[in-house]
Design a binder for this molecule. Structure first.
Ligand code: 13P
Length: 252
């Protein structure tokens, strides 16, 4: 039985007081572990303040990015060890905004996943196609390439500790969600690809979450799909009410 993940990706939003206030509300509303793992990914500046609030709660903290190096002359970067130090258990790797706005390549993401796992972080490894790629029938080819590059040389034992996120780029921040069937088809393909191409024997246990305009209205139908094990929520995670509703719907 897969334990779903509902994750909030706050991107470049929220000051420290705003992040702390949200974390306090979340802790109050979800004081005990439920049927899903709740993860919030604040900006770097708010990580340790949010950790102070959530340290005695079952809610997990994630970073939105990291560097693969341990330490050194890398101005502006943050290592996996620093994230663990700040209270993170998770890190989002390969979000399409990192790939497209900051030129992160499959090889770089692979190094990040190796480094995250080495430090004990759970990577949430994102993949997904552009609208152009979908319309030209390249969706599966792109996803397979992203999986093979990102998870290159990750052992089976380590893949157990990786969560995957399917985020079609055309659905991010656009209000256009993939239909539950489109998302299910891609999630099934991802599961099959890690089972066949990576010869991973426990693909049926891998958490694969969906991201792209998730909101309280579409959560139920997405979560009803057999290969969708949660959500990576952007816009709808910025306000407490809708994010709490998404968690409650997913717990049903
Ligand atoms: P939206 O929910 O705003 O579409 O963002 C999705 C996303 O990018 C989460 O990582």
């Amino acid at each position: 039985m897969i334990r779903p993940i509902i994750a909030a990706n706050w991107k470049m939003h929220k000051t420290i007081p705003e992040a702390v206030s949200f974390a306090k509300q979340l802790k109050e509303e979800f004081p005990e572990p439920g049927n899903v793992d709740i993860v919030i990914a604040p900006p770097f500046t708010a990580l340790s303040s949010v950790m102070e609030v959530l340290k005695d709660s079952p809610i997990h903290i994630s970073a939105q990015n990291m560097h693969w190096g341990e330490k050194g002359a890398c101005t502006g970067e943050i290592s996996a060890t620093m994230l663990v130090d700040a209270g993170c258990g998770f890190v989002i790797i390969g979000h399409s905004e990192r790939r497209t706005l900051f030129g992160e390549t499959g090889g770089m993401l692979n190094k990040k996943i190796h480094a995250a796992l080495k430090s004990g972080l759970t990577p949430i490894f994102c993949m997904g196609e552009t609208l152009e790629e979908r319309e030209s029938g390249a969706t599966f080819r792109i996803i397979r390439k992203q999986i093979k590059e990102g998870l290159n040389n990750i052992t089976s034992d380590d893949i157990r500790r990786v969560a995957l996120a399917y985020e079609p780029i055309w659905a991010i921040g656009t209000g256009k969600t993939a239909t539950p069937l489109q998302a299910q088809e891609a999630h099934r393909f991802i599961r099959e690809t890690i089972a066949t191409d990576l010869e991973y024997a426990h693909a049926s246990e891998t958490v694969i979450i969906y991201g792209g305009s998730v909101n309280p209205e579409n959560t139920g139908s997405l979560m009803d799909q057999p290969d969708i094990n949660g959500a990576l929520v952007g816009g709808a995670s910025l306000d407490f009410g809708p994010f709490a509703d998404i968690i409650k719907i997913s717990e049903r």
